[in-house]
Write a protein that binds this ligand. Structure first.
Ligand SMILES: NC(=O)c1ccc[n+]([C@@H]2O[C@H](COP(=O)([O-])OP(=O)(O)OC[C@H]3O[C@@H](n4cnc5c(N)ncnc54)[C@H](O)[C@@H]3O)[C@@H](O)[C@H]2O)c1
Length: 415
């Protein structure tokens, strides 16, 4: 077995976390168990570039149970739970991940899992897919297909496909209804505040919370902020999303105008420099800045670094930047994905749906890769529906079945 982790002695602590996640991900467990004694991934090498969390450990062990030889690296240098890395390593997963990797170590870990010559590459953010496509070392490796977990990763893969350079089919797990409706919205909504509160321990009620982006992630964050009695203001660039935010009862403003009003700013756009120098300079003393988007590019952290008189760590995950205008701004987790850096990421109950899609997509690629084209596919509807059924069953919720009369009624044009 290969790998590099922080501390193997954390394995038993990791096992407790794994067991807790396992117990709280019944739909994923059901999906894994639905294969019975079959091992549809026997002989397959699967490279996973995902956040190394307790939920991911249930997926990794599931892939192993279905016969795969699993290689795992982190999808962000700061999100690895070292106890989970140790546990998975003790169970025969080839883990190349530790919390606090520098940029070079992060990409070197990704290269390590790609060097295993995987048949299937699973990714969150597409750093592994892009490294595979860009590094000469991998230019003659063949891959059956891949999966992608998040919005930003799907955007990058679509650009790769548009440029005619995508070398294998990829299933956009993010685009399954049973993924984005729950993971992006409820998962990120709740865990963003989990991270924000663990980091700052401050009161949200009565604060002006500015949410940049009203996509699935932004909607979840805005809703949770409102639930905590914040005054919520949304910024957007898409007129439809802006209108939706307005009708949902939020104030919609320009970032240029709200910069001087907000107490807490949370970015969730997947875009670059959404909060930049011109905004940072206008902000009040004591403002909290956090990012929930995939990459640490949404807040211009370089501007803060280059234009501050001082930077000091004031709490775990909280840096104080003293600007030349005398105002102090507090940045959480260096502008990296707040819910995974300052908390544990999404709750297992939403990840059981996202990861059921991942697991079934991997099996799908393993079985059907020869008939798939080199393009980005949505998750097949049959998988999405199966995941919804399993989740409902796990939650003990029953739904009605359409009657024969209703089926006929829906197919006729005469009333
Ligand atoms: N933190 C997590 O655990 C987590 C989970 C899921 C997704 N993500 C990431 O969060 C980001 C958002 O994901 P999503 O699914 O909500 O995407 P989305 O496409 O549904 O929403 C993004 C929204 O941001 C808006 N936007 C773009 N540029 C903007 C700007 N300059 N100012 C204001 N608004 C702008 C877009 O119009 C869109 O409505 C992505 O990077 C995604 O990968 C993070």
């Amino acid at each position: 077995m290969k790998g590099k982790i922080a501390d193997p002695s954390l394995a038993s602590e990791g096992e407790r976390s794994y067991s807790w996640a396992y117990k709280n991900m019944p739909a994923l467990v059901k999906t894994i168990e639905s294969f019975g004694d079959e091992m549809p991934l026997r002989g397959r090498k699967v490279a996973m570039c995902l956040h190394v969390t307790k939920e991911t450990s249930v997926l990794a062990m599931g892939l192993k149970r279905l016969g795969a030889d699993v290689y795992l690296s982190a999808a962000n240098p700061l999100t690895t739970q070292d106890d989970i890395a140790a546990y998975l390593s003790s169970q025969g997963v080839n883990v190349f991940a530790w919390r606090g990797e520098n940029q070079e170590e992060y990409f070197s870990s990704i290269e390590s899992i790609l060097r295993a010559k995987p048949d299937i590459i699973m990714d969150d953010g597409s750093d592994a897919h892009v490294t595979f496509h860009e590094e000469k070392e991998f230019s003659d490796h063949k891959v059956m297909g891949g999966t992608e977990e998040t919005t930003t990763g799907v955007t990058r893969l679509r650009a790769l496909s548009k440029a005619g350079k995508l070398r294998y089919p990829v299933i956009a797990v993010n685009n399954a209804y049973t993924k984005f409706l729950f993971d992006n919205r409820y998962g990120t909504g709740q865990s963003t505040f989990d991270g924000l509160l663990r980091a700052t321990s401050l009161l949200i009620a009565g604060k002006k919370v500015v949410v940049a982006g009203y996509g699935w992630v932004g909607k979840g964050i805005a809703k949770r902020a409102r639930g905590l009695d914040a005054h919520v203001i949304v910024t957007e660039v898409d007129p439809l999303k802006a209108l939706e935010a307005h009708m949902d009862g939020y104030e919609v403003m320009l970032m240029g105008n709200v910069a001087e009003l907000g107490d807490v700013f949370i970015t969730a756009t997947g875009q670059i420099n959404v909060i930049r120098g011109e905004h940072l300079e206008k902000m009040k003393d004591g403002v909290i800045l956090a990012n929930a988007g995939h990459f640490n590019v949404e807040i211009d952290v370089n501007y803060l670094k280059q234009n501050s008189i001082s930077k000091k760590s004031v709490r775990c995950f909280v840096d104080e930047y003293l600007l030349k205008n005398g105002k102090r701004l507090y940045l959480i987790g260096d502008g990296r994905i707040v819910n995974l850096v300052a908390a544990e990421g999404h709750p297992p109950e939403v990840m059981m749906m996202s990861f059921s899609n991942q697991l079934l997509s991997v099996v799908n690629i393993s079985e059907n890769h020869s008939s798939l084209e080199k393009k980005v596919y949505d998750v097949p509807e049959s998988i999405d529906k199966q995941v919804a059924k399993n989740a409902l069953e796990a939650m003990g919720i029953k739904v009605d079945e359409i009657t024969e009369e209703q089926r006929r009624y829906a197919s006729e044009w005469k009333v």
